[in-house]
Design a protein around this ligand. Structure first.
Ligand SMILES: [Zn+2]
Length: 254
């Protein structure tokens, strides 16, 4: 963890320091080395939060884009279950920075636990993801929505990472930092079978929109408009397919 409580105050790990876990209250030891990022660790056990994943430099960079008061926030459910959110914004959005693979059922539990959740996915964990993602973007076509760079993915099955997150039901952003430095790829929540639309989303804008509490407007106003447009477009495409000449001839025979 980036923070422990030292004398009741959130503090980062420094050599030889001791602190307590803001979630379970047990003692934490500062781990400061050259190979992994400075962090706090529980004595003996992995982490009191089974959802916690070991932090990488990538996690840290993301967290550091937001105020300290928003980072590593302990969240409780009505039944007393608790987890540490990577970042929780003033508007209640939990930003989860996900490096490792998550089973669908684990993802569902987290989506349910944090009602307002946004996933930011490390696209560079597996070597193949980068290559596959580049390919689906090359094979994609521009969706007919004015003013926004939306890619209609024609072969979503060519990206394992995309398939893993398709129909997640909540906002998902893919981060291929070395490849697309200033862009995150936002997977538009659609719930249309086998359909994927990706929106080029400025990294800076993503950070700013949360820091300025503008994400609600995006999720509850702008995204539904785009979803509506895409759904209508998909319906029309299907109709075109339905009334194409060869199909019509086929139908007339009966
Ligand atoms: Zn703990």
């Amino acid at each position: 963890m980036k923070f422990a409580l030292v004398k009741g105050i959130k503090a980062e790990a420094s050599k030889g320091a001791k602190g307590t876990c803001p979630s379970c209250g047990s003692e934490l030891i500062a781990k400061c080395g050259e190979v992994i990022v400075n962090h706090w660790a529980h004595k003996g056990i992995r982490n009191c939060d089974p959802w916690w994943e070991n932090e990488t430099e990538w996690h840290r960079k993301w967290k550091n884009n937001f105020p300290i008061e928003w980072q590593e926030i302990v969240q409780f459910s009505k039944t007393g279950e608790k987890h540490i959110a990577d970042v929780k914004t003033e508007k209640g959005w939990v930003l989860e920075f996900q490096h490792s693979y998550l089973k669908p059922e684990e993802r569902h539990s987290r989506n349910a636990f944090y009602s307002k959740i946004v996933w930011v996915i490390d696209g560079l964990r597996r070597k193949t993801d980068k290559i596959q993602f580049q390919k689906i973007l090359e094979e994609s076509s521009k969706a007919p929505v004015g003013g926004v760079n939306i890619r209609q993915v024609n072969f979503p099955e060519n990206s394992r990472l995309l398939l893993e997150w398709l129909n997640c039901g909540v906002p998902v952003f893919f981060d291929f930092y070395e490849l697309y430095k200033s862009t995150l790829w936002f997977l538009l929540p659609l719930n249309i079978k086998d359909k994927a639309y990706l929106i080029a989303f400025s990294r800076e804008e993503f950070i700013n929109v949360h820091n300025n509490n503008g994400f609600d407007e995006l999720v509850y106003n702008l995204i539904p408009k785009i979803q509506g447009f895409i759904r209508k477009y998909e319906r029309n495409r299907n109709q075109i397919r339905f009334v194409n000449p060869s199909r019509r001839r086929y139908r007339r025979r009966f």
